[in-house]
Design a binder for this molecule. Structure first.
Ligand code: ADP
Ligand code: MG
Length: 360
């Protein structure tokens, strides 16, 4: 390869942030053995920093001179990526800062972003996709709670999935199995979750949602479900004049899952009608009625996405929503992008195509 090669995309200087405690503590090894050789082969410059504490990556990205780098690479899980994203969002120049590509090498327990961006799970193959990738945009949502703003790229999550994830943090050594164990324990305990949701709904008709999804797939010539499109002019899929306000008072909830990416993991296609850049938030609501039967029937077909048509599930495409968790005496969690956030009301609004990454 010629000296001075800048990668297929012309981006050369990468700030690499590694969480040495992500997942089962393997992020450093993953970087050194699988990803770094790919970046070296492509003659890309990598400035490597190991994070030393929670929110370290966020403060580095908030304060760094973005003129000294071309892209940021997060080596860890979705939690570290969430920190990097919010480092960009915290900046005074956040509008232009969000144009800095943010990429991810899977090194955590949950690595949803890298799978959605590349459809690969092996870190070396993910690295290769980044090295040969070009700039692509993806949707974010703003998240306002207690007067402060954050950004989310993945999900706002309440109910059995949230509790199974964050409520098992003490079992980190088990890797991703901890969430399954947490899930089955709660299936036995049968707790209840209450909440209030106020949404600006664009559609809740699953046939229409699916039809528009397929139309978007054709228009953008994305050759894989939900993948990143080239930066083309996007036409609106829905008539946004038909927005309706839907308020739900739920006292028998088992899952509230709002998000922006089709896959939570390679084997969990949670939003089968979602494109990373469709400009809207997808919401799935499952009521505990009947509790075990509905959850088991949904979770046994979430890999293929067939749960989309389940009678136990309501599906909404929304522009924004306001959420109020209601305390029932049980210890429940509210989870944003896999991270625990305060158990307080919040508001989310779609921020279409605000995020930038490198993908092929
Ligand atoms: P996982 O997918 O296993 O949760 P993440 O990389 O997402 O791995 O990180 C898990 C948590 O660790 C996140 O909340 C992140 O903010 C936090 N974190 C990042 N760096 C450090 C560090 N050096 N020490 C402790 N926690 C950290
Ligand atoms: Mg979307």
């Amino acid at each position: 390869m010629e000296k001075g090669y800048t990668g297929a995309h012309g981006f050369k200087r990468f700030l690499v942030l590694i969480n040495p405690f992500g997942g089962q503590g393997k992020a450093k090894q993953i970087w050194q053995q699988s990803a770094s050789p790919v970046f070296q082969t492509a003659h890309l410059d990598c400035q490597v920093i190991f994070t030393e504490y929670r929110n370290h990556a966020r403060s580095i990205v908030r304060n760094i001179d973005l003129n000294t780098l071309d892209a940021i690479l997060s080596v860890g899980g979705d939690g570290l990526f969430h920190e990097c994203l919010n480092g960009l969002g915290d900046r005074k120049d956040s509008d232009s800062a969000f144009e800095t590509p943010l990429c991810m090498i899977p090194g955590g327990t949950g690595n949803a972003f890298s799978y959605n961006a590349t459809q690969q799970t092996h870190p070396a193959l993910v690295a290769l996709e980044i090295v040969k990738g070009v700039k692509k945009s993806f949707d974010l949502m703003s998240f306002d709670q207690n007067g402060s703003r954050s950004y989310s790229f993945l999900s706002a999550n309440y109910g059995i999935i949230a509790d199974s994830d964050v409520g098992t943090d003490n079992l980190r050594f088990m890797g991703e199995n901890r969430a399954f164990l947490g899930f089955f324990l709660r299936l036995l305990q049968k707790p209840s979750w209450n909440c209030k949701v106020e949404m600006e709904v664009v559609s809740s008709d699953r046939n229409e949602i699916r039809k528009n999804y397929l139309q978007h797939l054709q228009r953008t010539s994305v050759n894989r479900d939900g993948g990143f499109a080239d930066n083309i002019i996007k036409l609106p899929l829905y008539n946004e004049e038909n927005i309706s306000r839907v308020n739900l008072d739920i006292n028998d909830l088992s899952v509230f899952y709002a998000g922006l990416l089709p896959y939570v993991a390679a084997d969990m296609r949670v939003f089968p009608a979602c494109h990373v850049d469709d400009g809207l938030i997808d919401i799935a609501v499952v009521r505990a009625n009947p509790f075990r039967k509905s959850l088991l029937s949904i979770f046994t077909c979430v890999e293929s996405g067939e749960h989309f048509y389940s009678k136990y599930l309501s599906y909404y495409k929304v522009r924004s929503f306001r959420f109020t968790p209601i305390n029932t005496g049980h210890h429940h969690f509210f989870v944003l992008d896999g991270e625990e956030y305060p158990f307080e009301p919040f508001e989310c609004r779609a921020a279409p195509s605000l995020g930038t990454t490198l993908a092929s």
